[in-house]
Write a protein that binds this ligand. Structure first.
Ligand SMILES: Cc1ncsc1CCOP(=O)(O)O
Ligand SMILES: C=C1C=NC(C(F)(F)F)=NC1=N
Ligand SMILES: [Mg+2]
Length: 217
């Protein structure tokens, strides 16, 4: 897996956009330079199955037009049947080893982790990348646990975790660079783009913060 794809990893479901059309928000985010997208239709106000599939197909086609990987959250069947580029699973889902057996080899498998033990287990199970968080306070995920902060990433690297990592939770332009500085390969976020007045501009700003002062803009 090319860890460059994790640089600016946008996550969204239809219930993360306020009253805006999720397809329009994704289009702007793609134009603004997101490097990966995860369809996460979950929680309060999530679409019923039929609408979820319809929206998933549309969002996948939008990502394909930009050659941006399309990842599905939780739903392994949907990921396989939509021919997604990957699946993202959490601690309450089947282990990555079991999911890997069901998925075509070309699909990446991401795992949410919060502790060192979870990170080592996910690596042993064959995860391709880790979503570490929540980094900071967030009200986007209803059952988010206490934030682990930048220290959460530093500790994983100190423990010898070498898998690609994205930080997630409460990330925006003000703290995105700190996440990479702490040892992550990129940032993953929902509301900093999905609720932005101008999602394209928000994505572009985040990209410029993540390119670091040394790289040319
Ligand atoms: C899905 C998820 N997992 C940990 S925090 C979170 C929500 C991130 O949303 P936001 O970027 O709006 O804080
Ligand atoms: C709960 C989650 C934690 N991390 C990630 C990702 F950023 F993709 F790694 N996605 C999720 N849905
Ligand atoms: Mg899950």
């Amino acid at each position: 897996m090319d860890k460059e794809m994790l640089k600016l990893y946008f996550i969204m479901g239809s219930n993360n956009t306020g009253d805006r059309n999720p397809e329009q928000v994704l289009q702007k985010a793609l134009q603004g330079g997101i490097t990966c997208f995860q369809f996460r239709e979950k929680g309060q106000g999530a679409l019923p199955e039929e609408e979820k599939w319809k929206l998933g197909r549309k969002l996948k086609a939008q990502c394909a037009a930009f050659h941006v990987p399309f990842i599905v959250n939780d739903d392994v069947d949907m990921a396989i049947r939509l021919e997604a580029d990957g699946i993202h699973i959490g601690q309450e889902d089947d282990p990555a080893s079991k999911v890997k057996e069901r998925c075509p080899a070309r699909m990446v498998i991401g795992v949410s982790v919060r502790t060192i033990e979870e990170a080592h287990q996910a690596a042993a199970d064959g995860a391709d990348y880790l979503g570490v968080g929540p980094m900071f306070a967030t009200d986007t995920k209803e059952d988010a646990k206490a934030p682990v902060g930048l220290e959460g990433i530093r500790r994983l690297r100190a423990e010898g975790i070498t898998l690609p990592i994205v930080g997630i939770g409460g990330i925006d332009a003000s703290n995105a660079a700190d996440i990479v500085e702490a040892g992550a390969d990129g940032v993953s976020l929902i509301s900093a783009i999905s609720l932005a007045d101008a999602p394209e501009k928000a994505a572009r700003e985040l990209r410029s913060r993540l390119n670091g002062p040394t790289e040319k803009q």
